[in-house]
Structure formats: C-alpha cells, structure tokens
Unconditional design. Structure first.
Length: 264
C-alpha cells in the first residue's frame, strides 16, 4: 500500500487501519506514518478554515505492522479561532501513539517576522543517495528517498552536530503535498545521533514536536525539500535535536524538535 492508499484508509475508517510490513521500522510501524495517519483522523474533526499549527507527539509503544490500529480523536476545546484536539492510536487495547494538536484560523496582526534563510547545501544531484537495501535499511525507505548533503551517514563514526540534505517520496504519484506528507518526510531522517556511532545500534524518537508555517506553499510529492537537524545536547542515551524543513526554493515550512533514545 502506498502512502496515499493508507491516507485513504484512515479517512474511510479511522477505527481500523492495518499498516503492512513494508512500512516497518524495525519491529514497529514507521513513526512518521503513524503520526500522519493520526493527524488525518484529527484533521477530519476540525473546521477546514483552521490549519494545523503544532503537534506534540509521544511514541508510547511500538505499533506492530499487520495488526489493526484504531486512530481515536477527542476534541478538547473549540474556541473562536483555535481548536485543541487529542489523538490516540490504539492497538490491542494499548496506547501506541498520542498526539495533542493545535489548529488555528489566521487573524490580523501587526507582527511579521521573516524566517531565517535555508542552509546552503551542494546541489541535490551531487549528494549521496541513501538506498533502500532489503533486510538492511528500514523497510519504509522503499517509499522515501533521501540525498545526504550534510554530516555523516548513520554508524559512520562522524562526530558532527548536524545532518541534512534533501528528501521526497520515492516513486509516488504526483499529488499536492499536505501536512501529512510533511510528517512522513521530516521523520524519514534517522536520529542525528546515529552518525556518531561506529556500528549499528537501535535508536528512535521518544517525543516529537512539530510546527507548521501556514499557509503551506504549493508543493507536490515529487519536489525535493531541504532538511537540516542539529544536536543540541546528548548524554545518558538521550539526545535533543532541532530540525527544519524548507521548500526547494528555500521557504520554511516546518520546525521540528525531538527527544531521541539511542541504545549505545
């Protein structure tokens, strides 16, 4: 099933969605997809004129591929301009993922501050592609494409604070890029701590906060977006990273923070 197929599935019946093994990430479903599907279930409960402003995501447990998942939604409050929404992904009676989302309509304001420019990276064509290798790389990379332009590859013993490059969907049909797509694109990148290791070890997101710059510019699934993540601190098996995603023309679209765990 493609990303679009799964988005259609959660729209049709959010209380029973089966994610196939091809979207796996180790023993769990790909976290970016879990967040995207829960977001879509939440989006359906909010007025269309209130775009998502921020999502606070906690990965409580690993959701298993091939087992039905229920994407439940509770509207906590609906004010004059802002809706506060809680989403829970449930599997076998257990909470797998929790998302608290803030959706807000635009309002008049005298404040306008432009975002800092995108980083200067070498052209996408000159960047190394991280290939999908069955049995070695995460399964979900068959659907996602990355070109490495900053920092070292995972497990390359490269003590850089930064990783980044370019990201898009692999072999996807051309369609308008939404916040659900952006969630998958941002989480496609591995934890920025992994290049510091000299051999493979497990690592995953514990919590994730992502903010969207609205209105989203018009992009499609074939566009290469720019990504950069910076390690702000790491110790005791936990790392704290900040990241951003930009359009191909350098327009900021998402701001991300993660607490990641690494078992090494």
């Amino acid at each position: 099933m493609s990303f679009s197929d799964l988005i259609d599935a959660v729209r049709d019946n959010p209380l029973s969605v089966v994610i196939p093994g091809e979207w796996g990430q180790g023993r769990a479903c790909f976290g970016g997809l879990m967040a995207a599907l829960q977001f879509e279930a939440m989006r359906a409960k909010v007025p269309a004129d209130r775009p998502v402003r921020s999502l606070a995501i906690t990965f409580v447990g690993p959701a298993a591929p091939g087992v039905p998942i229920s994407f439940e939604v509770e509207v906590l409050r609906e004010g004059k301009a802002v809706s506060q929404v809680l989403g829970r992904a449930m599997q076998d009676g257990q909470v797998m993922t929790v998302i608290q989302g803030s959706f807000g309509a635009p309002r008049a304001s005298v404040i306008s501050v432009q975002a800092e420019p995108a980083p200067s990276l070498k052209p996408m064509e000159d960047c190394q592609e991280l290939p999908f290798i069955p049995g070695i790389t995460p399964e979900y990379l068959r659907f996602m494409s990355m070109r490495w332009g900053l920092g070292g590859l995972p497990f390359s013993n490269t003590p850089s604070r930064e990783i980044g490059g370019y990201v898009r969907f692999r072999d996807a049909k051309q369609e308008l890029l939404t916040e659900a797509h952006l969630l998958a694109m941002v989480d496609t990148w591995p934890p920025a701590l992994l290049p510091h290791l000299s051999k493979p070890a497990p690592g995953s997101s514990l919590t994730w906060t992502i903010e969207f710059v609205q209105p989203l510019p018009k992009m499609d699934t074939l566009d290469w977006c720019l990504y950069r993540a910076v390690i702000e601190h790491a110790r005791d098996g936990y790392g704290h990273t900040a990241a951003s995603l930009w359009t191909p023309s350098g327009e900021l679209v998402a701001i991300s923070r993660q607490t990641v765990t690494v078992f090494a």
